[in-house]
Design a protein around this ligand. Structure first.
Ligand SMILES: C[S@@+](CC[C@H](N)C(=O)[O-])C[C@H]1O[C@@H](n2cnc3c(N)ncnc32)[C@H](O)[C@@H]1O
Length: 307
């Protein structure tokens, strides 16, 4: 617990949605089950196992103490979520959660839902991926695969992309994605396709080619995408969807699969793609073993050599 309490005591808050404590990264012994996020004006404490009453009380006291220093007269809002036996339990411990709950990142706004399930609408570890896209999307046509609530699409349009095609089989996530576009003043420029990617190659080909493709699949969603068997099927299709010198961001958030897993599959089935770099994760997500953390690998379609 010491690591958590010390980090919370030093936490700094702005309007930006951020992770404040990342016990999952294994750098704080005894705190591997704990994470703390700031989705202004709400703190979100997550535990990957049920907390004993005393441990929960210590966490809440540390957060309340820091809030008394930082929050002034503002209300103290705290949501606690824990995982147990494959289930997610969520409790509002203090205050309220705004509805709609709008948060900021890097000049963009997103809608989040802290009281609904374990995915809240914005993956904080992908912040640098969105930043990269924002910085590189000017006048580009972007394909956002596994788009979820379309954070990448908003970032691309904010960076001046000409057009974004979003695809995700969850129509509910895409509906929030559409609202995220409107929130940021984008009333045109994006398509939202609610389909299974593996059944949509014809449609994706017709709408292409793309200058940038983002592929950010789940690691293990039964029946939809299981990285160990499905990533290779996805990789095989990517080169033909890219324009000359097109780029791909390949994302993998599975602690048990390292970047070599992706790199060797690319070499095997999409050797036209050359590895450029792995994007850094935000510093707070630093992991004792970097290969367990989120991997975001950047590739470019090698220029065709004349015969
Ligand atoms: C990790 S989330 C994507 C996060 C998103 N890229 C972001 O930055 O917020 C994974 C998404 O993949 C979608 N998905 C899983 N399998 C799919 C499939 N076969 N076709 C289309 N979407 C799929 C899920 O509905 C979910 O929204």
């Amino acid at each position: 617990m010491q690591g958590f309490i010390q980090q919370v005591a030093a936490a700094e808050l702005t309007d930006e949605a951020v992770r404040l404590f990342h016990g999952r990264g294994g750098r704080f012994p005894g705190c591997e089950h704990l994470c703390l996020d700031w989705f202004a004006p709400v703190w979100l404490l997550t535990s990957f196992m049920p907390l004993e009453a005393g441990e929960l009380a210590s966490c809440v006291a540390a957060i309340a103490q820091r809030w008394s220093q930082l929050g002034g007269d503002e209300a103290f809002n705290l949501v606690y979520q824990y995982r147990s036996g494959g289930q997610t339990h969520t409790q509002l411990l203090h205050g309220t959660v705004p509805e709609p709950h709008l948060v900021s990142e890097n000049g963009m706004q997103f809608q989040v839902h802290l009281l609904r399930g374990q995915n809240h609408g914005l993956f904080l570890d992908m912040r640098n991926g969105r930043q990269w896209l924002k910085d590189n999307a000017k006048h580009k046509k972007v394909l956002n695969l596994f788009a979820y609530t379309c954070g990448f699409s908003v970032a691309a349009l904010r960076g001046g992309a000409d057009e974004v095609v979003n695809m995700d089989m969850s129509k509910g996530a895409l509906a929030i994605g559409k609202q995220n576009h409107v929130l940021n003043g984008f009333h045109a420029g994006a398509r939202f396709l609610g389909h299974d990617i593996f059944k949509s190659w014809g449609k994706l080909t017709k709408l292409g080619p793309y200058d940038i493709i983002v592929a950010d699949p789940p690691s293990n969603q039964k029946g939809s995408f299981v990285a160990t068997k499905d990533y290779v099927r996805l990789l095989r299709r990517l080169p033909e969807l890219l324009s000359a010198n097109g780029e791909v961001l390949l994302c993998l958030n599975a602690p048990e699969l390292d970047s070599q897993f992706l790199r060797s599959q690319v070499a095997e089935v999409a050797s036209q793609l050359s590895f450029i770099e792995r994007l850094d994760n935000p510093a707070v997500f630093e992991d004792a073993d970097p290969e367990k953390a989120l991997k975001v690998l950047r590739y470019r379609l090698a220029a065709a050599t004349g015969g």
